[in-house]
Design a protein around this ligand. Structure first.
Ligand code: PLP
Length: 471
């Protein structure tokens, strides 16, 4: 279990005992290991070193500013998918030219702030977070553009600002990543990217535009991708597109392979990252030697197994059909089990028995079946179903493993629960990097109703599509 191990009957994060941590900050709480994050970054770096790959951390996985700063210190750029994430990347100390702006629904105001810091919603606020003002900052290094409509919007805004935006076209390669249907993003029926057979036409039409420079291709087929072959299939589609584009006189300088790099939620569930690199590196090495810059957007790989969620058992209910272990964390804290039927290994923080196997069946005697559920008024509110666990009692502390990615970032206030605290452990030190959200903070936006002046509604002008431009 790497950074999370039982010593003297108590689960530790690095050198920090988790019962003491839970006592100090309360539950539910996300706990991250700084060394685990660094270790996974170094491992990914070593695997893809032959390509000289650049990493942009997909901060949607765990957007906490202090986590982002730690990853930034390792040398990563940031992959963002909203104006809010863009500002986080800035507050984390990322120069804009190392930011990649992805996302299928960029608004004009987000595009404007990504091109010119004078339009940042953080103006006047950045100093409170120890960051320089965004006003004088550059444009983002790359927009990963998902449609021609978006390209038109980027060109329109860049033109107004007198800037030239660097853009990669996100390609939909129609490849099945064999992951959950909700996180499958590279098939033609998914909303993401431009169909592969439309990409050349798009480059032809936009070549030489004064406001946008089409400079690369981007692909993200899904998350997580549990086998390597779908990456190889997608890369084949992209390489043949690059050949065709270059034959038509377009320079493709960047190939961004996205994220989806897998982790073990169960022990030994997926091949190691090195096996992915062994398959991918030879496909791309000739191109990188010829000057192509390869980028990756890891999120889950850096964070998932670098974090656990601690939750307290509130009640144990022995029903006719099942035993329910009712905890203070549920779908409002960690939605992955409810949303994707995702597996998270759950085990008591105090445990003196043999090391459990991190799987549905921990491989130990004396276990009994139960559902580990939350307090939310939904039947879909569960952390683990039909799981064999040691006998549990009220007050017991449980660890939900592999919860560092897409845990806190997808947490909600459903049923009026404040969002949990976050703690970053470094050796023996435990730093609260996000306070538990108070009820007062949760209610703040509703404090005083404000009457709207509806006046006369302006008639919205539809935006005319760009005429075809012969090359
Ligand atoms: C465009 C893009 N890049 C990168 C990622 C990160 O994926 P992962 O956390 O699985 O590495 C995502 C996840 O949704 C994504 O949509």
């Amino acid at each position: 279990m790497g950074p999370f191990a039982w010593r003297d009957g108590v689960l530790h994060a690095e050198e920090a005992p988790l019962p003491a941590l839970a006592e100090a900050v309360g539950t539910p709480v996300y706990v991250y290991s700084a060394e685990a994050i660094r270790g996974s970054y170094r491992r990914l770096g070593a695997a893809f070193a032959p390509l000289g790959a650049r990493f942009h951390y997909a901060l949607k996985a765990s957007p906490n500013l202090h986590v982002c700063r730690l990853i930034r210190e390792l040398g990563a750029g940031m992959d963002v998918v909203s104006g809010g994430e863009l500002e986080r990347a800035w507050l984390a100390g990322t120069p804009m030219h190392e930011v990649v702006f992805a996302g299928v629904g960029k608004s004009e105001s987000e595009i404007r702030a990504a091109l010119d810091g004078r339009f940042s919603p953080l103006r006047g606020e950045a100093a409170r977070f120890g960051s320089p003002s965004p006003e004088g900052r550059d444009a983002v290094g790359l927009f990963n553009c998902e449609s021609e409509s978006e390209l038109e919007a980027i060109a329109r805004v860049a033109g107004q600002l007198g800037r030239r935006a660097r853009v990669a076209v996100r390609v939909n390669p129609n490849v099945d990543p064999h992951t959950h249907e909700y996180t499958t993003t590279g098939k033609v029926e998914n909303k993401f990217g431009v169909d592969a057979d439309r990409v050349v036409e798009l480059f032809d039409r936009w070549a030489g535009d004064p406001a946008v420079e089409l400079t690369g291709l981007h692909v993200h087929i899904g998350s997580p991708v549990p086998t390597v072959e779908p990456y190889a299939e997608a890369i084949a589609v992209l390489l043949s597109l690059i050949d065709e584009l270059e034959a038509r006189g377009h320079a493709v300088r960047v190939l961004d392979l996205g994220g989806g790099w897998p982790v073990d939620y169960r022990e030994g569930e997926v091949p190691p990252i090195e096996a992915y690199a062994d398959r991918i590196v030879p496909l791309l090495e000739p191109r990188t030697r010829a000057g192509l810059q390869v980028c990756l957007e890891p999120g889950r790989f850096l964070l998932a197994n670098s974090g656990v969620l601690l939750t307290r058992v509130e009640h144990v209910k022995r029903g006719r059909a099942k035993t329910f272990v009712i905890c203070d964390a549920g779908m409002h804290v960690l939605i992955r089990p409810a949303l994707y039927r995702a597996f998270h290994f759950v085990w008591p923080v105090r445990w003196s028995g043999a090391e459990p196997r991190r799987a549905e069946d921990a491989g130990l005697a004396g276990l009994a079946s139960c559902d580990v559920v939350g307090p939310i008024c939904e039947t879909g509110d569960f952390l683990a179903r039909d799981r064999r666990l040691p006998p549990l009692a009220r007050g017991e502390l449980l660890a939900v493993f592999s919860a560092g990615a897409y845990g806190m970032s997808m947490a909600s206030n459903y049923n009026d629960h404040g969002r949990p605290a976050e703690v970053l452990v470094e050796g023996e030190r435990a730093l609260v990097i996000a306070e538990r959200q108070s009820l007062a903070a949760l209610l703040e936006t509703e404090r005083s109703p404000r009457e709207l002046d509806l006046g006369e509604l302006p008639v919205a002008e539809p935006v005319a599509p760009r005429p075809a431009q012969p090359k």
